[in-house]
Design a protein around this ligand. Structure first.
Ligand code: NAD
Length: 456
């Protein structure tokens, strides 16, 4: 059966793609099972060369790839280019460090006994992926998985299918064998079928709801399962920031980049009462300066929301907040027209009884709350079921680090937000998931350590 691909900025059907059924998924799995052992036997340097070639192909094709991405997810073209460039730099880090973290590690070499760890691949691993940054979240998984000698069954989101097919084409053009990387096409039902196959590991990026379902369903297999899920990431502006206009502009970008559809988007802002008025004023001015519209046009900062259903979800968060006493400073509703557009929305007078301060919004909407001291800010920052990132703006590093150390989140940011580094583990806590991608931990996540005790 075919699946329509819809451009969220125009509602036009831009492609119709054949979906996988049980039979085609079974046959792709058998292919991968066949290819994996041979791939694991390919010298690591050759696998590194192939992934570096893939990265070069991304760079050479960036304009057409960015256009496809914008057409299917609605993000501004420049943000699509940024994403592909981000993926290229992650691949550089992963390929440059693969040897160091995948090579045998000699732990003890005493006379007559050598003890070493070998990092063996898991086998055929499954990557079920999200649509908001398909190049980035895909790279976090399939690149280290391939480097470590695994075969990969990759399921792009149904909302980023064309991009998923480009990724497959370029990986194969770079030299990844046909029987080492396969793509599963379709939505939730296709993903669900992958959970029944005897795969050797599941690496999921997406919502808490789906992650919980997947984790429960694959548990009896007793294979590794990693979940990179959503967030309700807090940001605290203390009373000792210097340039409030710059802080407001930087943090507004952290909340609204990619229409707020980032796992680590700033979702809640707490501001010390001393700087609150000035911050809110500068924040709203910054939001008012953005151009909204056709994501292919130069200078557009707010493009289309990827999914129609998200518009009603955002409207419900706004209505709930207003009904409970919030103040709407700007935005608040969908923009009528052909595509799925929502006004960038700023709410104040918010509190934690409101959905907008509790549930992941994943859209261009933010609540800003006044606090009177660090203790109150910290208590509110930790008052969440999620734990992906947390951020503090202050001139005082020690003060910020103390607060960040006390937050229950996988990442802490001082004077920055909404950023990911290939050198650091990307990892959530609580409903934001578990396990790590990126860094040495995210390379070894695709391996199983074998202990060798070698006498002689
Ligand atoms: P989603 O959970 O709706 O879908 C993710 C993937 O799961 C898709 O490929 C989908 O087809 C598949 N899927 C859906 N139901 C399934 C089922 N029953 N069985 C198997 N597969 C199934 O998430 P989304 O809307 O694509 O992505 C947005 C979410 O992802 C947000 O919550 C965002 O914060 C999160 N996210 C997290 C990270 C991270 O690194 N922590 C990165 C990007 C996005």
């Amino acid at each position: 059966m075919k699946m329509n691909i819809v451009n969220p900025a125009t509602r036009a059907i831009i492609a119709a793609v054949e979906q996988d059924d049980q039979q085609s998924l079974d046959s792709k799995y058998s292919t991968l099972k066949e290819g994996q052992k041979e791939w694991a036997a390919v010298p690591l340097q050759n696998r590194i060369d192939i992934l570096q070639t893939y990265s070069k192909l991304l760079a050479e094709n960036i304009e057409s790839l960015a256009k496809t991405l914008t057409d299917e997810v609605g993000k501004p073209l420049q943000q699509s280019r940024n994403e592909i460039n981000g993926s290229i730099s992650r691949i550089a880090w992963l390929t440059q460090h693969a040897e160091k973290y995948l090579a045998d590690e000699i732990m003890n070499a005493a006379a007559g006994m050598t003890e070493l760890i070998r990092y063996e691949p898991l086998g055929v691993v499954c990557n079920i992926s999200a649509w908001n940054y398909p190049y980035l979240v895909g790279t976090n998984v399939f690149v280290p998985a391939l480097l470590a000698g695994n075969a990969v069954f990759y399921k792009p989101s149904e909302h980023a299918t064309l991009t998923g097919l480009h990724i497959e084409r370029l990986l194969k053009e770079a030299g990844v064998p046909e029987n080492v990387f396969q793509v599963a096409i379709g939505g939730a039902a296709t993903g669900d079928k992958l959970l029944s196959l005897p795969l050797d590991g599941y690496f999921f990026t997406g919502s808490y709801k789906t992650g919980k379902y997947i984790y429960e369903k694959v548990a009896p297999k007793m294979v590794p399962c990693q979940c990179e899920l959503g967030g309700k990431d807090p940001l605290y502006v203390t009373n000792d920031v210097e340039d409030i206009i710059a802080v407001a502009a930087g943090t507004a970008d952290g909340a609204f980049y990619n229409n707020g559809q980032s796992c680590c988007a700033v979702e809640r802002i707490y501001v010390h009462e001393k700087v609150y008025e000035a911050y809110v004023d500068a924040f709203v001015k910054e939001v008012a300066s953005w151009k909204i519209g056709n994501p292919l046009e130069d200078g557009i900062y707010i493009g289309a929301i990827s999914r129609d259903s998200q518009l009603a979800f955002l409207e419900q968060q706004v209505a709930d907040a207003l009904q409970k006493g919030a103040k709407l400073l700007t935005g608040g509703k969908r923009i009528e027209g052909d595509g799925y557009f929502f006004e960038p929305t700023v709410l104040t007078n918010v509190d934690h009884s409101m959905l907008v301060m509790r549930e992941e919004s994943f859209g261009p909407i933010i609540g800003i709350m006044k606090v009177s001291n660090d203790e109150e800010a910290l208590q509110l920052m930790n008052d969440t079921s999620y734990g992906l990132t947390a951020s503090v703006y202050s001139l005082n590093r020690e003060r910020a680090e103390d607060i960040l150390a006390a937050t229950d989140a996988g990442t802490g940011y001082w004077n920055c937000c909404d950023r990911v580094s290939a050198a650091l583990p990307w990892s959530g806590r609580k409903h934001s998931g578990f396990g790590a991608t990126l860094s040495h931990a995210g390379i070894r996540a695709f391996t199983q350590p074998k202990a060798f005790h070698l006498r002689g």
